[in-house]
Design a binder for this molecule. Structure first.
Ligand code: BTN
Length: 184
């Protein structure tokens, strides 16, 4: 029933926002090359995209960003405040807001949530949750810190091994959790 699905989706939305907050308790690991840390929180963003429908995924990440914007310490390492959104990592945060709807939408179009669609789901999460987020993050970083776009993009290669691993974990977790949470 539609109502049941909506209540379930709402409860899962709140649960996913809570998970994002918990992942934010882990401090970022500074890279040195660029003022952007390796974080665990983007694993949660990928999982939100894989589990929730577009609207609910955007709400879930939007709530996290809203809490961060008003100053709650919900970003990696207990950071928060409007200034973060105008700092070097602001582009990644924009990417985080866009990612769930795109992951969810593409997964529906490409039937990636079906039993045999795991590799399609992985490709979508890699393209959006890793590629697009890093691209927007690099564009922002280049504009914000007088760095060339190619330097920003090349520096982002340092995130790839960890982010690819996070994408694989997100797909594995989503495929385990979907039946348990009874999400389509
Ligand atoms: C923030 O907390 O201000 C946002 C941090 C963004 C970190 C980005 S997300 C993609 C890439 N992978 C990482 O592990 N870190 C960067």
């Amino acid at each position: 029933m539609t109502t049941t699905i909506s209540v379930r989706q709402l409860a899962t939305t709140a649960m996913m926002t809570a998970l994002l907050v918990v992942l934010g308790l882990f401090p970022g690991i500074p890279l040195g090359l660029i003022p952007v840390p390796i974080v665990l929180q983007n694993l949660g963003i990928m999982l939100v995209g894989a589990l929730l429908r577009a609207r609910f995924g955007t709400i879930s990440v939007g709530l996290l960003l809203l809490m961060a914007f008003i100053g709650l310490p919900v970003l990696s390492g207990g950071r928060g405040g409007a200034a973060v959104f105008f700092g070097p990592t602001g582009g990644y945060l924009i990417g985080w807001l866009l990612a769930p709807a795109l992951i969810s939408g593409l997964s529906t179009i490409w039937h990636a949530r079906e039993t045999h669609g795991w590799w399609r789901e992985l490709v979508i999460i890699l393209l959006i949750g890793v590629g697009l987020v890093d691209l927007i993050g690099s564009l922002w970083l280049a504009g914000q810190s007088h760095m060339t776009l190619s330097t920003a993009l090349l520096s982002n290669a340092a995130f790839l091994p960890g982010d690819i691993l996070k994408a694989i974990i997100a797909v594995l977790l989503a495929r385990r959790l979907r039946p348990v949470l009874k999400l389509a």
